[in-house]
Ligand binder design. Structure first.
Ligand code: ADP
Ligand code: ZN
Ligand code: ZN
Length: 822
């Protein structure tokens, strides 16, 4: 056994720490408990070795994992992330584990039959040749401690018996004791039987009992645990009859599976169709790359409604057939229950779901299933990119342009780019899919780094919706009034609803009014903690406002709330003015305009859990809602065949964001939301209300012209040296004391001026667009360069300097390939 080990600790320091191993047996990729400064801390073992120049070396206190929790491949990926994102390795490795620091894959020990028998026999007879009596004594003590048959956690067992972890290891080998991990001992691998509605045909021939059961299932969006059907006043045979007739099927799912609840997944979404020629061709290109066992990256540019999901599913199935695993990343699982339902019906219990709404126990259970190979298909959000799949052949990043793939805290990795790297390390295939690829990915395709796959047509000869722009300046000139809904859109909504079709309206701000201003002094009411305008929320049907019966002003950054003041806090004037229509007010106005409509709303105030989404989507699907208003959530991949009209009420404000990607964001948003229209038999129409009808992002989105938009946007990025024409790193300084951040920023700026680099440009220092969040002041410097390598080198040197002059690393964030610039 080597004498030392290098440990990566989750502290903001860019180095590893060496500890003496002593009698313990740490493993690379496993965690150890070590003394660090005045505390004890868990870190991951990176390397075991025999040489160190260090004089005083502390010893590790305990081995947390006797076996690696991170495979060699994951460790390699972690090292790449640390290097590329200039993040401390310990922080990276921690975020790669399922529960971050909380993961305790604690071992529990239990005595076996053999162990019990051994305990009865005298010590001498059980001694092995090399063993001395002292060891045997310790072993005996362990067996005695476990003799009552209880399960005991490793630390307790070690403390109570003076045994070392090597003792336990020996006992395990002799099969005198067994080991169980926390996850297994808790969940006992129970399964639940659920009934799934195959077809919702309530034929008149069916008797009342059968009808009742079907109605119950249909009411729960097609899935219910069998146990919960027991309360219905029907005989037990009813369910059996339905199963026999093929109207309902039964499925076994793990009790901890996210599918186990009566979650409103739509069974009917798994409609059967055969892939069209384009789809088969795409799937074949992808899976033959998987079979080749070589690294290859594809950018799948498929317009909205081109049927990308079916391509993913087919490629994943073919990957499975080739004996390999696949991983599908999605921006937010809660927003796409239909996709989850499709995966579920295609792969059944072979799917593991990883997302933020899982409880700790569920998450550990999913990881266990993945690790054991029970779930060769994994679907998940950002951090699922680290899922411990073996023999991973295919990685897919759906909606690759989505900003949620970029982690907003340390380590600030981009899951899409990590996925590409992981595929490379594994000689796997990666597919980045989108109707509106990010400019970064597009230019990678142009430069031949990614192979472009195009799906330029919608499935089944469906047409893209016709998009018309409504000039709201003219609307105002002609009507003399500010309208939320223009005359043209109002007329369209009316005829759409009359025809029994559905409409979706995008209003991309939540709350009632998003600006509260004083007419006397012009001051906007801001949060006490942040440099952010407060949003006015009215009491209403929001889940949230039930608890806050009064009107309130709320900060969407820190959650700060206050009652609505009668007078301006600055000048005491009574003339406070509320403007800017948020989705809450939008809903109210629509109820006045369309009293007959069945209106639903989708925003963060009304959607508290994935169940809320599933409910609203189901209502939209079955027609209980025919007019949906909401924030960008309504633009996310929903496939509602009844929606023929989409109205964009407010997307303009995003154009004025101080972010070089604002035009790209607006283009994506309009394209995606427009893509919700006309996905069924009937053609769709889109009306975009705008004050900037001549803006290229809006014009090209209306023309469905991605290529022209990209060409225009790329010219601008080249001109101003922004990604993808350059690499960008944002350096953020934060402190409660404004003078301190100002001083630090000036010091770093001076250092940068003294170390000019021909290929690096520095913007700032300046106050960040949001200059204060949660009472913390924020300054930033943006570094742009033509060479990634040289920029990284310069930033590393700057970090050394920052350390030297005493800027704590936790107050200084380096955001490589920054996406969230506010
Ligand atoms: P995208 O993600 O590309 O916008 P989807 O994958 O949601 O598109 O597919 C759009 C719709 O077309 C879905 O309702 C899907 O069931 C349907 N669909 C996909 N492929 C086919 C096909 N080959 N034939 C008929 N319908 C299809
Ligand atoms: Zn005032
Ligand atoms: Zn705030």
């Amino acid at each position: 056994m080597p004498r030392f080990c290098d440990v990566a600790l989750p502290v903001p320091v860019d180095s590893l720490f060496t500890y003496a191993v002593g009698e313990l047996e740490p493993v690379p990729g496993g965690r150890v408990l070590v003394p660090f400064r005045q505390e004890q801390m868990q870190g991951v073992v990176v390397r075991l070795h025999d040489d160190t120049a260090q004089k005083k070396i502390k010893s590790i206190l305990r081995v947390v994992d006797a076996e690696p929790v991170l495979s060699a491949e994951q460790m390699q990926l972690g090292a790449w992330i640390a290097e590329y994102y200039l993040s401390p390795l310990g922080e990276v490795l921690r975020s790669m584990l399922p529960l971050k620091a909380e993961l305790r894959q604690r071992a529990f020990y239990r005595i076996t039959e053999l162990g019990l028998r051994t305990r009865q026999t005298p010590t001498q007879q059980t001694l092995s040749p090399k063993q001395d009596a002292a060891d045997a004594g310790v072993e005996h003590a362990v067996l005695t401690h476990l003799a009552d048959g209880s399960t005991v956690a490793a630390p307790t067992l070690l403390a109570k018996t003076k045994a070392r972890s090597t003792t336990l290891h020996t006992l395990l080998q002799k099969r005198w004791i067994t080991r169980e991990s926390t996850a297994e001992s808790r969940s006992v691998r129970r399964t639940v039987t659920i009934a799934v509605l195959v077809e919702d045909v309530r034929l008149p021939k069916l008797n009342a009992n059968l009808q009742l059961l079907l109605a119950e299932l249909a009411g729960a969006q097609g899935r219910l645990p069998v146990a919960s059907l027991a309360s219905l006043p029907v005989p037990k045979t009813t369910l059996a009859t339905l199963v026999r007739r093929g109207l309902v099927r039964l499925e076994e799912v793990a009790a901890t599976s996210p599918f186990a609840g009566s979650s409103a997944l739509r069974a009917h979404s798994a409609s059967v169709f055969t892939l069209n020629v384009t789809q088969s061709e795409m799937a074949e290109k992808i899976s033959s790359s998987v079979r080749s066992g070589k690294f290859q990256s594809f950018l799948l540019h498929g317009i909205t409604g081109s049927g990308k999901t079916a391509v993913y599913l087919a490629a994943m199935q073919q990957t499975l057939d080739a004996g390999k695993c696949s991983l599908l990343l999605v921006p937010e699982i809660g927003l796409t229950p239909a996709m989850v339902a499709q995966l579920q019906s295609a792969f059944g219990n072979q799917v593991a779901l990883l997302h933020s709404a899982l409880t700790a126990a569920e998450r550990v259970e999913q990881w266990r299933r993945i690790r054991n190979g029970e779930a060769p298909v994994v679907v998940g959000t950002r951090s699922a990119v680290f899922a411990p799949l073996h023999n991973l052949g295919l990685l897919i990043v759906d909606e690759e342009h989505d900003t949620s793939y970029k982690q907003a805290e340390l380590p600030r990795y981009h899951a899409r780019d990590v996925a590409v790297m992981r595929a490379k390390l594994l000689h796997a295939t990666i597919v980045l899919g989108s109707a509106t690829p990010s400019l970064e990915s597009w230019s990678n395709a142009e430069r031949g780094k990614y192979t472009l796959l195009s799906m330029p047509e919608r499935v089944a000869n469906r047409a893209l919706p016709v998009v018309s722009l409504i000039d709201m300046r003219r609307e105002f000139a002609e009507t003399g009034q500010e309208h939320l809904v223009s005359r043209a859109l109002q007329a369209e909504i009316e005829t759409t609803l009359e025809r029994g079709e559905q409409a979706m309206l995008l209003l991309n701000r939540r709350g009632y009014s998003f600006v509260v201003m004083c007419r006397a002094c012009g001051e906007k009411l801001e949060c006490e903690n942040c440099a952010i305008a407060l949003t006015h929320h009215k009491p209403g049907s929001d889940v949230e406002s039930l608890a806050h019966s009064g009107q309130r002003l709320e900060c969407h950054y820190c959650g700060f709330r206050r009652t609505v003041p009668k007078r301006c806090p600055k000048c005491d004037s009574e003339h406070l003015y509320f403007f800017g229509v948020g989705s809450q007010q939008g809903e109210e106005r629509l109820r006045e305009l369309f009293p007959q409509a069945r209106i639903g709303r989708m925003d963060r105030d009304t959607m508290r859990s994935h169940r809320d989404f599933e409910r609203v989507l189901a209502q939209l699907h079955n027609g209980e809602i025919n007019l949906l208003v909401g924030t960008q959530m309504i633009a996310k991949g929903h496939d509602m065949h009844g929606v023929t009209l989409v109205g964009v009420l407010g997307a303009d404000n995003a154009l004025s964001m101080p972010d070089f990607r604002s035009a790209e964001r607006v283009f994506q948003l309009i394209t995606q939301v427009a893509g919700r229209a006309g996905r069924g038999e009937r053609a769709g129409r889109v009306l975009v209300q705008t004050y900037h009808p001549d803006h290229y992002a809006i014009r090209y989105a209306a023309d469905h012209d991605y290529a022209k938009f990209v060409a225009h946007e790329l010219r601008y990025r080249r001109l101003l040296h922004y990604p993808p024409a350059a690499v960008l790193t944002n350096v953020l300084l934060e402190h409660a004391d404004l003078s301190k951040v100002g001083e630090w920023a000036a010091q770093l700026d001076r250092w940068l001026q003294q170390h000019p680099h021909p290929h690096v440009r520095v913007l700032g220092p300046a106050a960040a667009p949001i200059a204060r969040i949660k009472r913390i002041h924020r300054y930033h410097l943006m570094l742009k360069a033509s060479s990634r390598k040289e920029l990284a080198l310069l930033v590393r040197q700057m970090l050394v300097y920052a350390d030297k002059i005493g800027i704590p690393r936790r107050n200084l964030t380096v955001d490589v390939d920054a996406v969230h610039l506010m």
